[in-house]
Write a protein that binds this ligand. Structure first.
Ligand code: SF4
Length: 278
């Protein structure tokens, strides 16, 4: 690993400046020799959104569509709590919050809710952390609102964070945890070869999605009923070969083609309903 490394959190969230050397190099990973530039880095959150639904990922990041519902609002509150605290030190445990991460190998950047540092000897996987004496094993923790079912998208996001940390610190991080707000409990996540391979494949897919700039068609399924973008996505009608943006364009073109619209009839003020005082 080369270059000056600096660790900072919170408002001063900075990068651990890193080389592209990684603990993953030599594992035969399909992206092991990939190296993106700074301006090619994509948001880490897109990785989780892509696993949840590629169309949702595209609507948010390519078409700038967003809508909150109760689930997203509660998730925001949980994240604000996780990010709002200060870093702590308790003997052999340090807790860093709002740590900025990136991976030039995977082409992603984002902010980790919490990264715990557990004091470990080098033989136990401990690595040096810039600005902190001793050797430590990083342990990422991501805060999520949901329950323990259907958490694969969160596991992939957490693994992506671990891969960023491994690249930045030349570390090997075996596991991390999700804090699930609804259960108020932690679920351990092991970064095994299967999860690592899936995470790398998703990062490649997200890069491809952004490069092509085409919103995938809707795949209407049980997740759609709780999706905050349901009204924009129109998953029942935006099937194969369709996108919300193209659907909206077609609706506008259709309106423009009607006599009522072009004659200005739709712009006439409505008569007040009887019995309603002005
Ligand atoms: S409504 Fe369904 S298909 Fe549309 S973005 Fe949400 S989860 Fe994806």
């Amino acid at each position: 690993m080369t270059g000056d490394r600096r660790l900072a959190t919170g408002d001063d969230a900075a990068l651990l400046t890193h080389s592209t050397a990684s603990a993953d190099e030599g594992r035969g990973s399909p992206v092991a020799r990939q190296c993106y530039s700074e301006d090619q880095l994509l948001p880490l959150s897109a990785v989780s959104q892509y696993v949840h639904c590629p169309r949702r990922c595209a609507l948010i990041h390519l078409e700038q569509v967003w809508a909150d519902n109760r689930a997203t609002a509660e998730g925001n509150v949980l994240h604000e709590k996780a990010h709002g605290g200060i870093s702590e030190s308790r003997g052999d445990l340090k807790i860093l919050r709002s740590l900025r991460l990136r991976s030039l190998r995977l082409g992603i950047t984002g902010v980790a809710d919490v990264v715990e540092l557990h004091r470990r000897e080098p033989a136990e996987g401990g690595v040096r952390i810039p600005g902190i004496s001793g050797t430590w094993l990083p342990f990422p923790v991501e805060y999520k609102r949901g329950a323990s079912k259907d958490i694969r998208c969160y596991e992939v996001q957490l693994c992506a964070q671990a891969l960023c940390l491994e690249e930045m610190l030349c570390a090997n991080i075996p596991d991390g945890a999700l804090f699930l707000g609804q259960k108020q409990s932690r679920v351990g996540v092991v970064f095994d070869d299967t999860l690592r391979a899936e995470t790398e494949a998703v990062c490649l897919a997200v890069q491809q999605l952004f490069a092509e700039g085409v919103t995938p068609p809707a795949d209407y399924n049980k997740r759609c009923s709780s999706c905050s973008l349901f009204e924009s996505c129109l998953p029942r009608s935006a099937g194969a070969g369709k996108s919300a943006r193209r659907w909206l364009d077609r609706q506008i073109e259709g309106l423009c083609a009607t006599n009522e619209y072009t004659s200005g009839a739709m712009l006439q003020p409505l008569s007040p309903a009887k019995g309603i005082a002005k």
